[in-house]
Design a protein around this ligand. Sequence first.
Ligand code: CP
Length: 300
Amino acid sequence: MKKLVSISDCSKEDILHIVDLAEQFEKNPNPHLLDGKLVATLFFEPSTRTRLSFETAVQRLGGRVIGFSDAATSSSSKGETLHDTIKMVSNYVDLIVMRHPVEGAARYASEITNVPVINAGDGSNQHPTQTMLDLYSIKKTQGTLENLTISMVGDMKYGRTVHSLLMAMRYFNPTYHFVAPPELKLPPQYPEYMRANNIKFDEREDMNSILAETDILYMTRVQQERFTDLVEYEKVKNTYTLRNSMLEGTKDNLRILHPLPRINEIAADVDANPKAYYFEQARNGVFARQAVICSILGLV
Ligand code: CP
């Protein structure tokens, strides 16, 4: 891989390589692999986990980070174009990590620079490094990526982590349940994609109906920031809340994932359940991002 802007660009071998590397980084931290390397983290949208885990990943490998966490503190607030920002930052660094609200922004950035670009989330489109850490988390908890039943609950429309993960799993024969209110169903290109790739899936509104057969329960936040009409957000924001009592009768191997942040779609009483895995999942982000960075820079 020379860049990572969409998970659809990754082969099965690419994905398995990153998952294996993540495991190696977790077992054997290599504190000098990025000595002398400089990475830019350009966050035009808010972030806690993605930016901080990227920065942790780089610094724990001996590299250094420059960047901004708020576009208002960059010259984009004065009207500088994304084109010019990328051209400028390319003069300074070995790798660019970028989050941007516009779908396709990371692809655009990658086409105007020779510096490798990693997409840290572009609007509702893609979040491929989240997918790599999700896959690593699934492999760690299930022992395999193959033949799993994955239920995704919440915002299927705007949830970029949902979109990336459903595409990545095409190599591993998943069975999907997508649970959402009608307003937040998957955009039509994703059912089309799954049909074209022979992925088994259904779409429904009732979360309780899928719990007993699920291996991975992937909860998601309703993405308030993507709504143009907040009345519409208010209508759907509390559609689903997973409570501890609902986990009775679920499979022993069930694990609950969530890209985070959560609002109220997972009740606090779930946190102590051994099936809750979302905080460990976020920790896995450091190892998965170390794997992606070092792979793209040709260091492993
Ligand atoms: N999962 C994720 O992208 O979290 P942040 O928005 O905090 O980076």
